[in-house]
Design a protein around this ligand. Sequence first.
Ligand SMILES: CC(C)(COP(=O)(O)OP(=O)(O)OC[C@H]1O[C@@H](n2cnc3c(N)ncnc32)[C@H](O)[C@@H]1OP(=O)(O)O)[C@@H](O)C(=O)NCCC(=O)NCCS
Length: 169
Amino acid sequence: MLVRDAIPNDVPSVAKIHMDVWKDTYEGIIPREVLNERNYEELEDSWLDRIFDDPDTKELMLVAENEDGEVVGFIVVSTDGQDSYESMIKSIYVNEEYQRQGIGTMLFQAAIERLAEENINNLIVWTYKDNKNRKFYEKMGGKVFKEATVEVNGRKVDKISYVWDNINS
Ligand SMILES: CC(C)(COP(=O)(O)OP(=O)(O)OC[C@H]1O[C@@H](n2cnc3c(N)ncnc32)[C@H](O)[C@@H]1OP(=O)(O)O)[C@@H](O)C(=O)NCCC(=O)NCCS
């Protein structure tokens, strides 16, 4: 498994993983109509705009590539953080067939190294509280920070954030 910077050619695979895993992960957590309103093309366009076409982008995308050269996971971090946190995980998704094999950890660690190289000291991430995968952030050393309730299509959904106070340590 190789973790590397994404290139525009990766975006169709990224959009497919993003949408497929997102739908499965958030079924029962956020309203189905919201899950169904996205499509691959929109996600591709959005990632291309955000990562590759915006000259002022603050976001970095890394991908995990298997031995056959297929993209099986990705992470996006931003150096535009929140509260006193200088950076934020915007997305992390691993193809379901490849989960629990250490790929999320590889993506997380590679992103942390890149942020540290840019003298970023700390990190925040928000996720849905009912997402069982948030245990991953705890395993990566994240500490619970704040909770919030948001409305998604009229339904109240609880969110939770994790922080890393010193990613250089
Ligand atoms: C979260 C995600 C990126 C983790 O990727 P991964 O490749 O499966 O993670 P790893 O294999 O590196 O997991 C490392 C450790 O984190 C913990 N962990 C990961 N997923 C977990 C889960 N669903 N429940 C409990 N612990 C979990 C485990 O301790 C795991 O080690 P173990 O497998 O030896 O027990 C992946 O599950 C995913 O894409 N989920 C869907 C999207 C999502 O939820 N994104 C993040 C929002 S929280």
